[in-house]
Design a protein around this ligand. Structure first.
Ligand code: SAM
Length: 263
């Protein structure tokens, strides 16, 4: 079964990890802003294949670190990578820790969680006093790569299948909105954006990147032949939107929103 086929209902850990370094960089940048010295309980929300969990274990070797994810394939990979760590299969829209937690860390997950602002508010109540909610989400729905997915999806034999399936990502709320909903619950709220400029080998690489994330809602409802046609049309659009750089590679601009809230 090819990587994409496994993304029908589930995420594919191997597809996601094709760009592990680039995808883990925002997790490192987010963790660098967490000023806890000795947290006892840490949870990696949407832990994926364990790349972000590994950072947490390295930074806080004395903490009890758990990973939470809704994908069986991601959790299988995470357990293989970090055998000593506890991983829980659960949907973050309803998950609650069994005890107050000192750090709730969510790198690149809450953009997929329905009504996530409400979920973030609820999670603040699960923090111990002084505990930290640290979240990063791609804020890239207006980037050409994301707009072009919508454009390709809007015409072609796949229109009905995609329309019936899970909706693609919507725009994130504004930083001001996050501030207003978290500040009444928190003593400190810090929100910032970082625009990464990832260098990708070629246009096919850009498509591979998004097969592991943003393209999933578009490709998952399609059969293999249809996925190939969709992908071929998408890559044509990407070629026009992202000119090659002086070394023949492609620069993929990637804005991300970071939130750090201290209870
Ligand atoms: C983009 S990956 C992030 C992986 C890792 N945290 C990292 O830093 O690279 C997003 C992960 O969120 C998980 N996920 C998506 N929606 C979820 C939900 N509602 N509840 C729990 N996990 C979810 C996916 O299964 C996937 O593993």
């Amino acid at each position: 079964m090819d990587d994409l086929a496994t993304t029908g209902k589930d995420w594919s850990a191997s597809q996601y990890l094709k760009f592990e370094n680039e995808r883990t960089r925002p997790a490192r940048d987010l963790l660098a802003q967490v000023s806890l010295d000795d947290p006892k309980r840490v949870a990696d929300l949407g832990c994926g294949p364990g790349n972000s969990t590994e950072l947490l274990i390295q930074r806080f070797p004395n903490a009890e670190v758990i990973g939470v994810d809704s994908s069986a394939d991601m959790l299988r990979q995470a357990r293989e990578r970090l055998g000593e760590c506890t991983f829980v299969e659960s949907d973050l829209s309803t998950w609650r820790p069994t005890q107050r937690t000192d750090l709730l860390f969510g790198n690149a997950v809450f953009q997929w969680v329905a009504d996530h602002p409400k979920v973030l508010q609820r999670l603040v109540h699960e923090l111990s006093p002084g505990g930290v909610l640290a979240v990063q989400m791609p804020d890239n729905t207006k980037e050409p790569a994301l707009m072009l997915m919508e454009k390709v999806a809007a015409s072609g034999p796949w229109v009905a299948a995609i329309a019936q399936a899970a909706p693609a990502r919507t725009d994130l709320p504004r930083p001001e909105d996050y501030y207003d909903l978290l500040r009444p619950l928190c003593r400190h709220v810090d929100i910032w954006h970082t625009h990464y400029n990832h260098i990708i080998e070629n246009h096919a690489g850009v498509v591979e990147w998004f097969k592991g994330s943003g393209l999933r809602p578009f490709l998952a409802p399609l059969d293999a032949a249809m996925r190939e046609r969709f992908t071929a049309k998408y890559i044509d659009e990407i070629i026009h939107a992202y000119p090659v750089r002086s070394d023949g590679r492609v620069m993929l601009r990637f804005p991300r929103l970071f939130i750090l809230a201290v209870r």
